[in-house]
Design a protein around this ligand. Structure first.
Ligand SMILES: Cc1cc2nc3c(=O)[nH]c(=O)nc-3n(C[C@H](O)[C@H](O)[C@H](O)COP(=O)(O)O)c2cc1C
Length: 561
């Protein structure tokens, strides 16, 4: 209830917040089975349940010594009135509470109905229609977009005009979390599974984000920060100024999220003048995407088992004005993403999962679920360090070379020695190898063990960036650019190019605020001293070697047994 209230009414009054938490308070004490299983029985039970819950909550609020100072009586009465759902038609807060209850029902409890044999399709449709009828207009968007049980999906009764989608206004989304939350409830099952699936148990995916919160900021005070801030910077091209160090990471299959997929992302990036990395598995060709906008474009390469295909793509880069090629090195094979495996591609989505530049052209029988695996089937797992030279030969000196997915200091140093122009500290957003290191820690590993790489190459980072403070910390610790993967697709899915733009604008604004709060007005002033990293310092390895710091026994010695 709390999560849905935060979306429905982010600035809910304390009384409404309390009423939301108190919905169904001790409901188990009054089981449905204690009333006749008729409609009249249901209505009597429901009204009794509300009034009992309201008085129990009021009593608790009035008597609890833990609440200091005690709540005024009017506040307690208000909470009780809301729990009783008084004046539903005219009281805005009561209606919000009703909306939230409906959303929780659809989100959390509706599936149970599907599994009950006594509830047939007509009944399910009836329940949906009643739930729909209870919700206020703007919030029906969330309700409608829940995946319906398969039996209902084609039901003409659900194609009622009242059920057409309307989205909350883009301006009401205030943080990146709002976008992700909205995607959870509005995307159809397969795009949602593809977007959110992570490797096995999601540890790396989670720690990419949570590790940022362990780094503490050390703001400096009484420094004038009233001047406008410029976030302009170059990224892999000294002659091209981007408006921000934040860029759109390579993501595949844009059409799954919007009919114009990567073309819309390109328009947003062009409007804001931020860099876009185009995936080999994009839904459109390089020519099509490069024809949109004047922003900096980079090409992400999955080396194809059919080298001729990669060769053709690489040869085309210069003519298209692409600034660099980012060879993805963290996914020689695809990560085990179970959510993606589980959800089949719906018939109507099949033509949206084509990647014209990759070797994959269709989903074959028996592979309906695993988009990541199918997409990855053309990737050449034999790719090695020597291939960097091959890539260089194809693209010439004009196009820079970047390794995307470096995850140790040792490989960062090797990349530098190989003469690449940049690296991306990335673990594919936690989609490849679970329990690999959170990317912000890799920046510290480089700082500790091979700081020279920052002078010789541009070091980018992606994974788990949700706030301007995250971007700020990464930049302070040496990152030149900060990539956003899922977030771009969340913006794209809901609102096309406008959603992508707003997503980036929110992050940039938060970055500006963080800078001012820390007493700086230019990116040049950022340095590691703004970040207290004590909480994670013990996780940073002491050197670049492969040896474990104290576990010295190794397999292979002769056993005397
Ligand atoms: C749906 C999806 C598709 C992706 N496709 C690619 C891809 O085609 N090539 C690639 O190198 N990385 C791909 N990535 C990884 C991103 O480039 C990036 O490393 C990651 O998403 C960053 O983490 P974040 O999503 O937490 O921002 C993909 C990520 C997602 C979520």
């Amino acid at each position: 209830m709390t999560r849905w209230l935060a979306l429905r009414k982010p600035d809910a009054s304390p009384a409404l917040q309390l009423a939301c938490r108190a919905q169904h308070f001790r409901r188990w004490e009054l089981p449905r089975s204690s009333y006749p299983m008729t409609r009249a029985g249901y209505l009597t039970w429901r009204s009794k349940q509300k009034s009992v819950a309201a008085s129990q909550v009021a009593e608790l609020l009035a008597s609890s010594e833990a609440i200091q100072p005690p709540l005024p009586k009017e506040e307690i009465d208000r909470v009780a009135a809301l729990v009783r759902k008084e004046n539903l038609k005219n009281d805005e807060e009561t209606q919000i509470l009703e909306d939230v209850a409906c959303l929780v029902f659809l989100d959390d409890q509706f599936d149970d109905f599907e599994s009950k044999p006594e509830i047939d399709q007509d009944k399910i449709v009836g329940i949906l229609r009643k739930t729909w009828g209870k919700m206020s207009a703007p919030y029906k968007t969330h309700g409608r977009s829940f995946p319906l049980p398969p039996a209902c999906q084609s039901s003409p009764q659900l194609q009622h005009p009242k059920m057409t989608l309307s989205k909350p206004p883009l301006s009401s989304l205030l943080s990146t979390h709002d976008f992700h939350q909205l995607s959870l409830t509005t995307l159809p099952p397969k795009p949602l599974a593809f977007l959110t699936s992570t490797a096995t148990d999601s540890h790396t995916h989670r720690s990419n984000t949570t590790t940022y919160s362990l780094l503490l900021l050390r703001p400096r005070i009484l420094i004038p920060v009233h001047k406008p801030i410029s976030l302009c910077t170059t990224l892999l091209s000294s002659s091209f100024l981007c408006s921000s160090p934040i860029y759109a990471s390579a993501t595949s299959l844009g059409k799954l999220f919007h009919p114009r997929g990567e073309l819309e992302i390109a328009e947003a990036c062009s409007n804001l003048n931020i860099a876009q990395v185009i995936s080999t598995s994009a839904s459109f060709t390089l020519e099509e995407i490069c024809s949109v906008g004047n922003h900096a474009k980079h090409f992400q390469l999955y080396m194809d088992k059919d080298r001729e295909n990669s060769k053709k793509l690489l040869k085309s880069l210069q003519g298209l004005g692409v600034k660099s090629v980012w060879l993805t090195v963290d996914a020689p094979v695809m990560g085990k993403r179970e959510a993606d495996e589980r959800v089949p591609v719906a018939e109507e989505d099949k033509e949206k999962v084509l990647a014209p530049m990759g070797g994959t052209s269709c989903i074959t029988e028996g592979e309906e679920g695993a988009l990541g695996r199918v997409m990855g089937s053309y990737v050449d797992a034999s790719t090695c360090w020597d291939d960097i030279k091959w890539v260089r030969e194809q693209v010439g000196e004009e196009v820079k070379i970047v390794l995307k997915g470096v995850q140790t200091g040792a490989d960062a140093k090797k990349a530098m020695r190989e003469g690449v122009d940049g690296i991306v500290l990335s673990n594919h957003g936690g989609r490849s190898l679970d329990t690999s290191t959170a990317t912000i820690l890799l920046l510290l590993e480089l700082q500790k063990n091979c700081p020279e790489v920052f002078d010789k190459m541009e070091v980018m980072i992606d994974g788990g960036v949700m706030r301007g403070t995250d971007v700020f910390k990464a930049l302070c610790l040496g990152a030149k650019g900060v990539g956003i993967g899922r977030g771009v697709l969340c913006g794209l899915a809901g609102y096309g190019r406008d959603g992508v733009s707003r997503y980036f604008e929110i992050l940039s604004k938060e970055l500006e605020t963080s800078m001012r709060m820390c007493g700086v007005t230019s990116l040049d002033e950022l340095h590691p001293g703004f970040v207290n990293t004590r909480a994670v310092d013990h996780l940073i390895p002491d050197g670049l070697g492969d040896d474990h710091p104290y576990a010295k026994w190794k397999r292979g010695g002769k056993s005397k047994l």
